[in-house]
Design a protein around this ligand. Structure first.
Ligand code: FPP
Length: 312
């Protein structure tokens, strides 16, 4: 199954279209994240192989992306594979990597659809834990879609939040070492801007587990968290619309809390900066650092995608 679904099978029923219209009157989360949990339990329930459960999980992801797109969600982040998942049996890890290989290859074939829909795809995580061919495919996907600007899909692979935060800290230390930043420039805002994934509005986890499993810990500070009973391959449009309605219900409360926190962190960030000239120099330094960091990340990605391909 493709990642970008364009066929009629996903045409909404009239009731679903009506619900979509009603929901669109309320605030729509800009960024939605999913912990796609329950694939193996689904496989056990249906008496099929585990990998079949994961494969159904990918199909559900494609369907979910279509629902998000219909609603006008601008960014989706999914937890495809945690760095902790490498501790599973070799057989399961190998088959999951093979599934990722097939799906990445399919995404690379879908260049035109991704361009037509303006979807930028990023693969985020400790990619060094992946085989070279998978890393090269990931780099090619990112390169191929880097100029697309209608919506963004972040696929977290070999990811855990603590590693993402550690990497951001290392990158800031690099910025200080290179003289782009002063130690006093380090702030909550700078850390947020250095992380690969931005703040999340709504985070949905399926399968009845009520925990974050080291996913987007920093970015979910002001997220509405929705823990659903359905196993990921069973996740339905009604589960999705239900989560959006609860988000809309909580919206003003969450917004107030996040605006207050932003105001207080800006005050803390500016603490010690005596005059506005210093503040504007700081903004210049931070923008320069972020630009240099973007270039640095791009060079790594371009080199990888241009290296002699292995298996792809
Ligand atoms: C969690 O369910 C799911 C995973 C570890 C893998 C999720 C992967 C996909 C949906 C495929 C996506 C692939 C790409 C390339 C985007 P689980 O295995 O922990 O199931 P359980 O909770 O029932 O044990």
């Amino acid at each position: 199954m493709s990642l970008i679904l364009e066929d009629d099978r996903l045409e909404l029923s009239w009731v679903q279209k009506l619900c979509l219209k009603v929901i669109r009157y309320g605030p729509i989360p800009k960024h939605v994240a999913f912990i796609m949990d329950g694939n193996r339990r689904f496989a056990a329930k249906k008496h099929v192989q585990r990998i079949e459960g994961h494969s159904k999980g990918f199909d559900k992801l494609a369907e979910t992306l279509k629902w998000c797109q219909d609603l006008g969600v601008e960014e989706v982040t999914v937890y495809a594979f945690s760095a902790e998942n490498f501790k599973r049996s070799k057989e399961e890890v190998d088959s999951l990597m093979e599934l990722a290989r097939q799906k990445f290859a399919k995404i690379l074939e879908e260049k035109d659809q991704l361009e037509a829909h303006g979807v930028r795809v990023r693969i985020v995580g400790e990619l060094n834990m992946l085989s070279l061919d998978l890393r090269q495919m990931a780099a090619k996907i990112q390169n191929m879609t880097k100029s697309h600007n209608k919506c963004r899909l972040n696929i977290c692979v070999a990811y855990i939040s603590r590693l993402e935060m550690t990497e951001a800290t290392r990158e800031i230390a690099w910025g200080v070492q290179m003289g782009f930043l002063l130690p006093s420039d380090v702030s909550q805002n700078l850390i947020s801007q250095t992380l690969q994934i931005p703040a999340v509005d709504l985070l949905i986890r399926t399968s009845g587990e009520v925990r974050l499993s080291d996913f987007l810990l920093w970015q979910s500070t002001f997220s509405y968290l929705s823990f659903l009973k359905a196993l990921w391959p069973e996740f339905s449009i009604w589960d999705f619309y239900g989560a959006i309605l609860l988000y809309q219900n909580a919206y003003s409360h969450i917004k107030t809390a996040s605006v207050q926190a932003d105001a207080s962190s800006t005050c803390q960030d500016l603490n010690g900066i005596q005059i506005s000239k210093d503040a504007s120099l700081q903004v210049q330094r931070i923008n320069y650092f972020l630009e240099k960091l973007r270039e640095k990340r791009e060079i790594v990605n371009s080199n990888l995608s241009m290296e002699e391909s292995v298996n792809c």
